[in-house]
Structure formats: structure tokens, C-alpha cells
Design a protein around this ligand. Structure first.
Ligand code: GLU
Length: 483
């Protein structure tokens, strides 16, 4: 396969290699770093899609967007982010020097590396074959023969398939979809239009919640490197060195981990069955309570979709829910908490939501002031579930073990230690079911991210690929779009 799975740039002879690269690629222009600084603008081309670059209600967003804007700040220039609507368009823009770099979840392949300079890899992923649960699952490459397979046009996956066809699977056929968003591929497989799709593991993990029937059949080849490619016409040695150092810094100070967690961290714990039930309930149950949730969220200046996600995790939006431990109602409040929050009837959904919202706001207020959003919200949720004292213990353990107690990604790794004697014996509040609170927070994040997809059809300014068309039918039909 052509992709360069184990590719690593040697750190020392980088500059020599880059100059040779520049020579080999026939660059004639000036120094790209100097040009960027002189123009006061970093031109970055990206794919418009949920894992790379899109518009949410607060403006531009996405993993690649966030990294690119940090680089622009680092260079002291303005970010000019340009959406591209196909992979070919991205490389065309680089070729014509209409962009300085491409930040678009692009896999390093031999052919790309020979045509475009690239920085060190900032991520790794595996290409995954996706199928619909209940249809026959392919297990090897020869099982792909005779199926309709979708890949993005010009993608690394198309390159891999071509190599396999030339190699020994002559019968292999596939369709290259002209677009930039892998969500469209998943949509077509989900609707039965095609049998299989090949998408990157990072992208499938984020979108799986929206397509509860889709599963990974197997991984096509080894892990691959993801890189930023540069416009080839210039001397890029200094720019590449700057970017490499920038990534080293981001990795060292925890920024990279924080951004990665923000964009991909909510994908880990919900099972496909859980996602399926959620999307069904979102369609059938949520419309009944949506106005109520929105009203209470407005009262407490909370994002209503966050409140809805918590209520779902607590009770599956059942106002009469009860557990043997005595918690009750839409937000599953204990009697003492309900009293403290001034709630008389826990089974009244409005009262329960108000109690939960007030409790969450309390938690947020009582957490250390220097914890930034969105981590503050994740911590408040953990405290809501396990109590502030235990959370504080987990933050202390995190710090003692070299982690950052201000980052949810770090504390979440240490919360389960509250279940181990060697650790909880030395804490102030003792044993707690830390692993459960991690699941609790991660589930809510997952539900919250699904609910947030309702914003995507408003992506008009960015996207000629009408994103509304690409939204999973389940969300299209859920009534959200009428909001
Ligand atoms: N990583 C892919 C590429 O570089 C694009 C994303 C995908 O097709 O899943 O071509």
C-alpha cells in the first residue's frame, strides 16, 4: 500500500532534507515564512466537515481550524481560513499557491510527499471499512470484491484501493465521491445506497453516534500519519521548521491533548446500542420536553442541549424515573439535594430540571476559578455525579502523578484510581466509584455533541455542499431543524 505508515522525519538533518526537498520539488519562489509575515496573513485551506473546519453558532470551529489559528497567533499574523469542497481542490490550491498550507486531516502518502512539502505528523489514524450492522461483514480485502465501496475522490483511501487493484485484487471496484466530508459517505451507506465506505478512524469515531447502525468491519492496513502539506512553489525550510517546533511546544505544554480531547474526546464510551437508543429517543421523546428544557436552560444561562444531554443521561427523559437508591425524576435528584435546591416535587419535570440546573451552576461556581471552559463544564458534571470532595481528591492524585489538574483529559485518567486502596487510602474523602463518573461525563459529552449537530445546517456561509442534505435522516426528522 502506498501510504507511509511508519514515516518519521529525522530531527537533526531536517533543514538539509528540506532544502533538498525544495530543490527536488522545483521551488522557485521566495521564503514562505517571510512572505507570510510580510503579508500579515496565513492562508490555510481545509476541508469543510465536522472533524476539520465548520461553522458552529459561535463562528468558525473544528480541530484543524483551532490548530491553524494557534499557528497564526504564534506567527503574529491573521488567519485566512479557506474551505475546500474536495481533496483535489485542496491540492490544487496548494499547487497554485492560493494557500500557504493545507490543514485537513490529510494522510501522508508517497505520491503526496513527492509533490508537496509536509511538516512532522501531528496525529495518527487507521483507515476503516464501514458497513451496516446486520448485513454481511467483510473481514478481509478479498471480501471487498463485488461490493459497492465509497471513498472520497482523490483520498488516500482511493490511492490504497488503486494499489490493491494493481497488486492482486483486479476485480476490486469502488466509487470516488466528489466532496470533502466523510459524513456524506456514511450517510449513503446508512441509507443502503452503497455497501461500504472507507473513512479515517478519527472521523468515524466522531460521527458514529449519528449513525448507530454503522460498524467497523476491519482496518485497512497499518496506522498512518496525518500531516500538514505546504504550497510547493517556495522555499519552505524556515516555515517547516517553525511548524515542527510549534507542534513540539503544543505537545509539551498539553495544548495538543486539550484540543484533541475537545474535538475527539467525547467519542470513547457510548456503545453503538446506546447511541441508537439515544437517536431514537431524540426523535420520539425529546420534542415533548424540548420547550421545557429550553426554558429552564435560559433561566440558568446554560446551553439547553447540555441540559438535555444531562437529563437524558440521568433519566432518559423520563420525569417519573426512580432508582432503588431513592433518587427520582427527570434529573434524578436525591431528597436532600432537592430540598437544598428548593424543590418540592421531584417528579415535576420543570422543578426537577430547575433543581439540576441550579445544582450544576453551584458546582461550576465552587470549582477553582482558573479552570477554563469547556473543562470547567466537564468538571462540574463530574462533581455533580461524584461530589466535589472526591473530584478534588482525583485532581490532587492527578497532580501528584505529573498530570494537569486543570484538564479534564488528565483528571479523567486518574478518577478510576479512587477505587484502588493504594490510592484512596491517602485521600481526604476516600473510596469513590471514579470510573463511573468518567463514563457519566463522557456519555453526556457524547449526547451533547449529537444534539449540537442541529447547528450544522446553518453552515450556509461556508459550505456549498448543503450540509442539511448530509445530516442523518434521524436528525432531519427529529424536528430540530424547525427550531
Ligand atoms: N485522510 C484522508 C486523506 O488524506 C481524508 C479523510 C477520509 O477520506 O477519511 O485523503
Amino acid at each position: 500500500m502506498e501510504t507511509m505508515s511508519k514515516f518519521r522525519f529525522p530531527s537533526c538533518p531536517v533543514v538539509v532534507a528540506l532544502c533538498l526537498g525544495c530543490f527536488a520539488l522545483g521551488c522557485t519562489g521566495g521564503d514562505s515564512l517571510r512572505d507570510i509575515q510580510a503579508s500579515g496573513e496565513l492562508r490555510v485551506v481545509s476541508r469543510n466537515g465536522p472533524t476539520t473546519y465548520y461553522q458552529d453558532r459561535n463562528g468558525a470551529a473544528g480541530f484543524e481550524y483551532e490548530l491553524a489559528s494557534l499557528l497564526a497567533t504564534d506567527l503574529g499574523v491573521r488567519l485566512n481560513m479557506q474551505p475546500a469542497f474536495s481533496l483535489d481542490a485542496i491540492f490544487r490550491q496548494l499547487q497554485r499557491n492560493e494557500a500557504d498550507l493545507a490543514a485537513a486531516g490529510l494522510t501522508l502518502t508517497e505520491s503526496r510527499a513527492s509533490a508537496y512539502p509536509h511538516a512532522t505528523s501531528y496525529s495518527r489514524l487507521s483507515p476503516q471499512i464501514i458497513y451496516v450492522a446486520g448485513t454481511s461483514r467483510p473481514r478481509t480485502i478479498s471480501d471487498l470484491v463485488g461490493r459497492t465501496i465509497l471513498v472520497l475522490g482523490g483520498s488516500s483511501h482511493a490511492i490504497s484501493l488503486r494499489a490493491l487493484k494493481n497488486d492482486q485484487f483486479e476485480q476490486l471496484q469502488w466509487q470516488e465521491v466528489d466532496g470533502a466530508d466523510t459524513m456524506e459517505l456514511l450517510e449513503r451507506v446508512d441509507s443502503g445506497e452503497a455497501d461500504l465506505a472507507i473513512v479515517d478512524s478519527s472521523e468515524f469515531a466522531v460521527m458514529q453516534g449519528l449513525y448507530a447502525r454503522l460498524r467497523v468491519a476491519f482496518e485497512l492496513g497499518e496506522e498512518q500519519e496525518v500531516v500538514w502539506f505546504l504550497s510547493p512553489g517556495k522555499d519552505n525550510a524556515r516555515l517547516l521548521q517553525h511548524i515542527d517546533e510549534f507542534f513540539v511546544r503544543l505537545n509539551k505544554d498539553g495544548t495538543m491533548e486539550r484540543i484533541r480531547d475537545k474535538h475527539f474526546g467525547h467519542t470513547a464510551s457510548v456503545t453503538p446500542v446506546g447511541s441508537h437508543t439515544f437517536t431514537r429517543n431524540m426523535r420520539d421523546l425529546l420534542p415533548t420536553y424540548r420547550d421545557l428544557i429550553q426554558q429552564v436552560a435560559t433561566e440558568f444561562t446554560l446551553d439547553w442541549r447540555l441540559l438535555a444531554a444531562i437529563a437524558y443521561q440521568e433519566s432518559h427523559w423520563n420525569p417519573r424515573a426512580a432508582s432503588p437508591t431513592g433518587v427520582r425524576g427527570m434529573m434524578m435528584l436525591t431528597l436532600p439535594t432537592a430540598r437544598e435546591m428548593g424543590i418540592e416535587d421531584r417528579l415535576d419535570p420543570m422543578q426537577s430540571l430547575r433543581g439540576g440546573a441550579r445544582y450544576l451552576k453551584n458546582m461550576k461556581r465552587r470549582l477553582p476559578e482558573d479552570i477554563a471552559e469547556p473543562d470547567l463544564t466537564w468538571f462540574a458534571l463530574a462533581a455533580y455525579n461524584i461530589g466535589l470532595g472526591h473530584l478534588e481528591d482525583a485532581r490532587v492524585i492527578t497532580q501528584l502523578r505529573g498530570g494537569n489538574p486543570h484538564l479534564w483529559v488528565d483528571v479523567m485518567d486518574h478518577l478510576p484510581l479512587l477505587q484502588k486502596r493504594t490510592h484512596y487510602a491517602n485521600t481526604r474523602h476516600g473510596y469513590a466509584r471514579g470510573a463511573e463518573s468518567v463514563t457519566y461525563v463522557q456519555n453526556i459529552r457524547h449526547y451533547y455533541s449529537i444534539l449540537r449537530w442541529q447547528e450544522i445546517p446553518r453552515n450556509h456561509s461556508l459550505s456549498p455542499i448543503q450540509t442539511g442534505k448530509l445530516l442523518p435522516a434521524i436528525i432531519r426528522n427529529s424536528g430540530f431543524l424547525a427550531l
